[in-house]
Each structure stands twice: as structure tokens, then as C-alpha cells.
Design a protein around this ligand. Sequence first.
Ligand code: HPA
Length: 271
Amino acid sequence: MTKQHLEESVAYLRQKGFGKPEIGIVLGTGLGKLVDEIENPVEAHYNHIPFFPLATVEFHTGKLIYGTIANKKVVVMQGRFHLYEGYDFMDVTYPIRVMHLLGIESLFISNAAGAINLDYKKGEMMLIEDHINLQGGSPLAFKNVAEFGDRFVDMIEPYDPKMRKHLKEIATREGIILKSGVYASVVGPQLETKAEYRMLKILGADAVGMSTVPEVIVANHLRLPIVAVSVLTDECDPDNLQPVNIQEIIEIAGSTEPNMIKLFIELIKEI
Ligand code: HPA
């Protein structure tokens, strides 16, 4: 990755009609419907954006959408790149750097995750307060990182306290259950063993998923305030583990999605 790559990606998007968005939004698995709320949308398919990671066949629907929600300009990633698809840390976070160069001043992230904390139930949401990176690498471990910012990025407060407070207030006001806790990221795509779920609990994780942490590290590198919400799609009880049902995970993400959309739209109005 070079600055010129990012500039060429942005030049393409400008010529497609992308202006300066205030907010970037990453939509997780089964959580794509927020795009229906975008007014005057302009779209760019990932495959057409210069230097974007080359999308796999099953990923041909991935696109970046620019438009307006609640009178604010936003850019939304419908579909994200995962390590488990064979992308590397640079691929997975390239779109975050592009959205930053487009002009975003804050970033909202959503994902589907398993509940490690058994007080948290599937169909509920969890505000990410902190994370544990178990993906075995970093999107900042590259040679010319210093051209883009600090190498030794502070992670003392990786998730913006002000936006977290806003989201908690919105959830209370709207009667939406929003737990909070620590998100552990794994590579996947296999789900965890019972022993791994036990380990994650001992480590202090409340939820586990296969995304988000690389994007959050890069957003911190860019000093971009972030807020992230997990939709809890399954309960990871090692003593009573059920076989994974991806269909059910996607269904639960879909049935919780209206609440997540509500949280994000209200937050867009308030910041
Ligand atoms: N583990 C990892 N990722 C997940 C899970 C899980 O149990 N559920 C949804 N995403």
C-alpha cells in the first residue's frame, strides 16, 4: 500500500460522485439493510475501485455506497473483507483508509458475534468497550507504516467514550437491550472448540467474532473515533454446546438488525 494507491482509489470514487462523508459505516454479516435508509445513493462495486482488494466470486455484491442519512453525508461498506476469506491484514483494512481519505470523521462498525458471557443472550446486542486481538497479527506491521502515522499506536481507549455514552443513552431511551463488554477476534472460519470457548471466558472476553479488530486498530492509527456494536447470534456455552447453524446465525442477525439500524440512525442524528 502506498499513498498513491489510496489517492487513486479516492479519485475514482470522486469521479463516481462521492463527496465528503462525515461518517463511515461498516456493516457486518446479515446486517446489510441499513443501506435501504440511504438517500440519493451513489454506489461503487469493490471490484471496480482501483487498488481495492480483489473480491472473490462469492463476494461480488460488496460495494461502497455514498449518500445521506438523517441529513448527514455517510459512506457505507456493504460487506467487508475477512481474514478467513484469504485476505491479509492490509486488504481487510484498506477500505478504512480509503474512507478516511474521503473525509470521514467517525466510524461505526457492526458485526455478528457469539456470546461468551452467558448472561448475554442471542438476539441481544453488545456495545464493544474493549477488545482482545487473537488474530495473530496486526495491520500496522508493515515496512512504511511511519509514512501513515505512528508505529506504536496507543490503544488505551480504542472505542470512543463519547459515542459509547450516546449509544447507551439511545438504547435506554428506545427500550433496546444493549449489553457492553470485551470482544475477542479470531481468524476463523471454523467455530471454536469447547476448550477454546472456556479459554476465551478465562481471558475476559464477553463475545467472540472474526472481524472488527483490524479495522479498529487502523482507525486508531488514523485517530478516527470509532463505535462498534456486536449482534449476538449464538450462545457459546462449552458445557452445553449446540452444533453451529450458520443459517440460524444469519437469521438472528437479520431479526436483530432493525434495532441495530435504529441505534445507528439515532447516533447519526446526535453526533
Ligand atoms: N465464534 C466466532 N465467530 C462468531 C461466532 C462464534 O461463536 N458467532 C458468530 N460469529
